[in-house]
Design a protein around this ligand. Structure first.
Ligand code: PHE
Length: 504
């Protein structure tokens, strides 16, 4: 009893003292920092390239307007209205909402676990680029000479674990200081990242493969507009890119002062993110064309960032350019990883009334440990050609479920609960209270009907393609077990945390 009342007081104090962003720009930069992550150099270029360039970019923009931005706005409203993390905010609408909230948090934790592993690769690359060391002994591939081999050597070494530890220390150190730490860091990272990506684009556009690369990137082939896969991928990719369905946007908006601006912020951050991805594409496609891996299936997935890019960098820029590029990846990733840690931290603090310091320490340890399997450097027997080690294989397969099922389903139910149970009109009202511009009343239908239909259609196609093409297949028994493990983690954690006694 006593413990409970203690916690109760902590939570009341926490309520009074909820952190806030110091400036409006701080909030916008922080959201942008979350949205603009590894996805810009990894998922975006590999999906645009596998799906055939130009038309996909247009389709992406259409789905951004119809589905992505309405979702971002809804998450913002949720956070700023209830001033709580995702599970507690949804619980205020409907008790069942809390389950959805924790399901989302568990899915996000899995995402964070492997996402930091990827940032770790980039950190290791940056180290090698700077020192010019070779990986795999004197006979091993040097950073400069053999990109695919260097990548494989890295995957097959415990350096993956070293990278994971290093990046977690940085992520922890920023989030430990809450909004202050986040706001200060993005104020530095924002200008720095733009300078680097613009520089990279100029570099790419001056490479011999520039014309071929840009042609591939932006040349529209009208018949592709009728391919369902383009539209469904645009939806799931936009959620990943916009950090939607992860509880991040709600958490960040919960730190806004009362009546903070939401509408313009949703549009600005989403478009800034797309512009950054687009600019990164102007660099990566010319480089990929120059090193001859344009549209090459084997560099799908993660390979795009770790084979095509450094391959190109070493061609004329040498180690310095490579170092700058990988530093960019690390910074891009860190601002996103911090935001996801913060989403989970806020949720736990809200529910259990723990102090920030304890919550950040515990959640860092939990997600670090969850990430260790994704670093496993042993060769994966029978795995697909691109999934060399157990770590990368697990990473790719869990990424598939987290992105295509987790993010899409969480977002769908979040839109339904918020738009229909709470009320679409309230969303518009709240946004208009302090919006830089006014949303028309018909916009309620975009939120209540058009966006959910877009999500349902995308999800239906994802399920259909499993029937047509089979599960994520690498030819091992894990293909069947992985989705089960994912469901058990997310649903199990959601049930346990929803039932757990909190302070609210
Ligand atoms: N928007 C991020 C990206 O593009 C996705 C993400 C955010 C992933 C936060 C993990 C944590 O990379």
């Amino acid at each position: 009893m006593e413990v409970a009342s203690d916690l109760g007081e902590t939570s009341i104090e926490a309520e009074i003292a909820r952190e806030t962003w110091i400036t409006r720009l701080g909030f916008i930069f922080a959201v942008w920092g979350s949205m603009t992550g590894l996805g810009n150099v990894w998922n975006w270029p590999s999906k645009v390239s596998l799906l055939g360039g130009g038309p996909f970019v247009l389709i992406y923009l259409i789905m951004l307007a119809l589905v992505g931005i309405p979702v971002v706005l809804t998450e913002f409203v949720l956070g700023s209205t209830f001033r709580r993390g995702f599970p507690s905010a949804l619980k205020r609408i409907h008790p069942a909402g809390e389950f959805l909230g924790w399901f989302c948090m568990a899915n996000s934790a899995v995402l964070e676990a492997f996402y930091v592993v990827l940032i770790g690769y980039a950190a290791v690359y940056a180290g090698f680029a700077l020192t010019g060391l070779q990986l795999g002994g004197p006979m091993g591939a040097a950073y400069f000479t053999d990109q695919p081999e260097f990548f494989v050597n890295l995957l097959m070494s415990p350096l993956t674990l070293v990278g994971l530890i290093v990046v977690w220390i940085v992520v922890f150190a920023i989030d430990y200081f809450g909004t202050k730490g986040i706001e200060r860091s993005v104020m530095i990272f924002f200008p720095l990242l733009w300078i680097i990506v613009i520089g990279m684009a100029i570099f790419g556009l001056t490479q011999p493969g520039a014309a071929a690369g840009i042609n591939f990137y932006l040349n529209p082939q009208p018949n592709q507009f009728f391919e369902t896969k383009m539209w469904s991928t645009a939806v799931s990719l936009s959620f990943f890119k916009l950090s939607a369905g992860m509880g991040i946007l709600t958490a960040y908006a919960s730190y806004l002062p009362r009546k903070g601006e939401l509408t313009n912020s949703a549009v600005t951050t989403s478009l800034l993110d797309t512009t950054f991805a687009f600019t990164a594409g102007l660099a990566v496609f010319p480089i990929a064309a120059t090193v001859g891996v344009l549209g090459d299936e084997t560099v799908g997935s993660v390979g795009f960032a770790f084979v095509a890019w450094p391959g190109g960098m070493t061609m004329s820029g040498g180690n310095l350019l490579g170092f700058v590029f990988f530093l960019m990846i690390v910074f891009l990733g860190v601002t996103s990883a911090v935001s996801l840690l913060e989403a989970v931290v806020t949720a736990v603090m809200d529910k259990f009334g723990w102090p920030r310091s304890r919550t950040v320490i515990v959640m860092t340890i939990v997600m670090f440990l969850m990430g260790v399997p994704f670093t496993l450097w042993m060769a994966a027997p029978g795995a697909a050609a691109t999934d060399v080690t157990w770590g990368l294989y697990l990473l790719d397969i869990f990424d598939y479920y987290v992105e295509n099922f987790g993010l899409v389903l969480v977002t769908l139910f979040m839109m339904l609960i918020t738009g229909w149970v709470w009320g679409g009109a309230k969303i518009i009202e709240t946004a208009n209270e302090a919006g830089d511009f006014e949303l028309p009343s018909w916009y309620v239908w975009v939120i209540k009907v058009i966006a959910p239909i877009g999500i349902i259609a995308a999800f239906a196609f994802i399920v259909l393609s499993i029937f047509l093409e089979g599960l994520y297949l690498a030819g091992t028994v894990l293909d069947l077990i992985a989705p089960l493990v994912w469901v058990v983690i997310c649903a199990g954690a959601a049930i346990a945390l929803t039932m757990a006694k909190g302070v609210e």
